[in-house]
Every structure is written in C-alpha cells, then in structure tokens.
Design a protein around this ligand. Structure first.
Ligand SMILES: Cc1cc2nc3c(=O)[nH]c(=O)nc-3n(C[C@H](O)[C@H](O)[C@H](O)COP(=O)(O)OP(=O)(O)OC[C@H]3O[C@@H](n4cnc5c(N)ncnc54)[C@H](O)[C@@H]3O)c2cc1C
Length: 393
C-alpha cells in the first residue's frame, strides 16, 4: 500500500477543503465556541463551495466522490473547528435513513435538498431513558388509516431546531422489542412536533442538542422508511456508516491539537532551550503523531471498504474499530496537547483546551466507546479462527 492512498482527485478536493478550513473556518472557531451560536455562515460557506455535495451520489445532486472523501472532508474541518465538522457529519447521519431505506420518491424529494445544503437533517433515536439501549425507547407510532400518530420525546438530538427533516424511530408494536420499531421522516413544520429545549454543553458549543416532543403528531404513512418493524435494523445500518464520520471528527481534533502543540514546542523555551528539545516533550509529540497515524489507518481503511461495497459484519466491525480508535486517540492526544502548553494550555486564549473539551463527545455519541467494544467483540466471537491454531500445542 502506498503511504498516501488518495487519488489525484481526492488530494485536490482535500486541499480545497483544507484551504477553506484554514482561511475561512479557523478564524471563526474560538468565537463559535464562546458564543454558543450555530454558525450559519459556515453552512453558507459549505453551500457555496459544494461541500455538502461530497456526501451524496450524483443522481441525488451530489458529487459522487464516495465515503473516504467524505471522511477526509470532516477530518480537515475538525482540525480547526469540531462544531463545523459536526455539521458535515450530521448531514450524512441525518440523510442515511433515506439513502439506505427510502423509496425512490422519498429520495427524489429530499436528498437533493441535503446535497445542496438547502436543508439540514437530524437523526432522532435517543430518548431520556434509552441511549445505548435504544430498543428500550418509549416513543410510539400508532397507525390510523393513511397516517401514523407519533407520541413521545427524543433527547440529545443534534441539529434540533435547525433541521428541516428529522429521521425518527418509534415503536409501532410496543410489545415486540427490536422488531417493533419503525423509522419515519418528519418535516419540522408538522403540527404536534416541537423542540422543547436546547442543552448547554461542555464542547461542540455551536451545535444544537435538543429535546423533541411529539404530541399526537400526525404524519402520512408515506413518511415511513422501509417496512414496519425494520426501524431498528435501519438505525443500526445508519450507525455503521455514520460512526466513521465521528471518527473523522475525532481524528481531525487530534491532528489539529498535535499540530498546534508541535509549533508551540518549537518556540516556548525553558531551561535555556525550546521545550521541543526536551526528551520528555519529544516523547509526547512522537506518541501523539503515531497515534493519529494509527487512527487514520483504521479510518481510511473503513472508507476504502465502504467505497468498494463491503457490507455486513465486516463493515460493522471496521466502522466500530475506526470510531473507537479515533475517539480514544482524540481524548488522549488533546489531553497531552494541553500538557505541552502547560498553564497556557488551560486558558481560553489558546485553542487546545477547546480541542480537549470537543474531543470528549467523540467518546460518547453515535455509540459510546463501551458500545463500540461490545460490537467489535460480538463480531469477533462470531468469527471462526480455529484453523489458525491448527498444530498449535
Ligand atoms: C452532544 C450530543 C449529541 C447527540 N446527538 C445525538 C443525535 O443526533 N441523535 C441521537 O439519536 N442521539 C444523540 N446523542 C445521544 C448519544 O448517542 C447518547 O447519549 C449515547 O448513545 C449514550 O447514551 P446515554 O447517554 O443514554 O448513556 P447510557 O446508555 O445510559 O450509558 C451510560 C454509561 O453506561 C455505559 N453502558 C451502557 N450500556 C452498557 C453495556 N451494555 N455494557 C457496558 N457499558 C454500558 C455507557 O457506555 C456509558 O458509559 C447525542 C448526545 C450528546 C451528548
């Protein structure tokens, strides 16, 4: 494998996103963090430069450049601003239900609006009592003629109040466990749907995270994605493909922190020399760089697998491993970056404390690190490796 697996086209697109990130997004990042305001100007920048198109097929108005390229775009933006990178990751998360289970008519109606960035989507699975254990959800969807009536609440939903379309999971058969869940799309102006509140957070401050309420919310039966009872499977297939986006966000944060700490270590002097000349600091830098590169290896491997059409258990495992490694690397590396900057690392004037706060969420959402480990181990336990042990005494 060559050291740089990208094609010329991918390298060109990466450089375009990198330039936008450095010149247009980086100068806004600290402000977004402090103001806690959603950066519509960054959405506009993505629209103008067709960045949302990277996440969609040509037939739906996108660029058709594939999974690896979309991960690289998220990574480049996250190097300077995790909130802005999350806008891209959720454009994918919130539209994957349509891509994977939507009818042709549903895809035609909605996907071009997401590909252009005219609309933002959201993915609503979590409830106050069901995060990791999503099958324990309480929201219901009762069939009534040509309609479904939704009742319940969803919690911690990214893009709450901003999204024009929500992919919502609800129980059509409350007694049937996993197979009683169905998936729907709900337009934001549907009567009975409301955003009850937004949460103040530790990091990714410009992103909205909110509670959704469904109070006798009537939607047409044509808003269902796939068949009744397929919702849990759809939700998991979406997460298989969206988790690496969070991995990319995590990797970008880690690399951004590493790059910043490296430059700082070249100029900050103690005991008569730049701290980068002290071996203990060198060891930190070397470990940070190596961990980022190891995480990138897993992430890009997933991207290539997805682009080659790999499906099923192999993709599930690769996706979970990429998210797990990138998230853990982001947390460890940003903590070390703060350490390298010493007291300056802890104060707001420097970006590394923001990187550290932003890194934490990548270990929690789209399946916690514990859940990723469960997924990886589950796939391992299904594999048969006995033949590898033949002859081992
Ligand atoms: C900022 C933010 C944005 C989010 N965006 C979205 C979104 O857009 N859409 C959406 O649907 N959700 C979203 N979420 C929800 C997120 O995915 C959940 O918070 C997450 O999956 C964890 O669920 P929980 O908070 O209920 O924790 P719990 O499931 O209660 O877990 C608590 C702890 O127990 C551990 N744990 C749970 N079960 C097991 C087990 N079987 N074995 C070992 N350990 C276990 C967990 O890893 C965790 O450490 C978001 C959350 C946040 C904070």
């Amino acid at each position: 494998m060559p050291w740089d697996v990208l094609t010329d086209e991918q390298r060109e697109l990466r450089d375009l996103v990198r330039q936008l990130a450095r010149e247009r997004i980086a100068p806004r990042a600290a402000e977004i963090d402090v103001s806690h305001e959603f950066p519509w100007d960054i959405v506009e920048l993505f629209r103008e430069n067709d960045i949302f198109g990277l996440f969609f097929a040509e037939e739906h108005g996108g660029l058709g450049t594939g999974a690896l390229m979309s991960l690289i775009a998220i990574e480049e933006v996250a190097k300077v601003c995790a909130t802005s990178a999350l806008i891209l990751a959720v454009q994918e998360l919130g539209s994957l239900g349509l891509k994977l289970a939507g009818s042709d008519e549903q895809k035609e109606r909605y996907l071009p609006r997401f590909a252009s960035g005219e609309w933002l989507p959201a993915y609503a699975l979590t409830e106050s009592g069901s995060g990791s254990d999503s099958a324990a959800m309480r929201t219901t969807a009762r069939r009534d003629g040509d309609e479904y009536v939704l009742d319940g609440t969803k919690r911690f939903i990214t893009n709450a109040g901003l999204a024009s379309l929500y992919t919502v999971f609800a129980k059509t058969d409350p007694d049937a466990g996993h197979s009683g869940i169905s998936a729907f799309v709900v337009e934001a102006d549907t009567p009975g749907f409301a955003v009850a509140r937004l949460e103040p957070k530790m990091g990714i401050s410009g992103s909205t995270t909110g509670e959704l309420t469904f109070d006798s919310c009537r939607i047409h039966a044509g808003n269902r994605l796939g068949e009744e009872g397929e919702g849990f499977r759809i939700a998991m297939r979406i997460l298989d493909r969206s988790r690496p986006g969070i991995g990319a966000q995590a990797l970008g944060i880690a690399q951004g922190a590493t790059d910043y700490a490296l430059e700082y270590a070249k100029t900050r002097e103690t005991m008569g020399k730049p701290i980068g000349q002290h071996q203990l600091i060198q060891a930190k830098l070397a470990d940070m760089e190596t961990e980022c590169e190891a995480a990138r290896g897993l992430l890009y491997r997933y991207g290539r697998m997805a682009d080659e059409g790999v499906e099923g258990a192999e993709l599930t495992k690769a996706s979970a491993m990429a998210k797990l490694k990138c998230g853990d690397v982001a947390m460890a590396v940003t903590t070390e970056a703060v350490q390298i900057l010493g007291g300056y690392g802890y104060i707001r004037e420097y970006p590394v404390e923001r990187f550290m706060r932003d890194a934490k969420i990548t270990q929690i959402y789209e399946g916690t690190q514990e859940i990723q480990r469960l997924v990886i181990a589950r796939e391992m336990l299904r594999e048969s490796r006995a033949f590898l042990l033949a002859g081992v005494g």
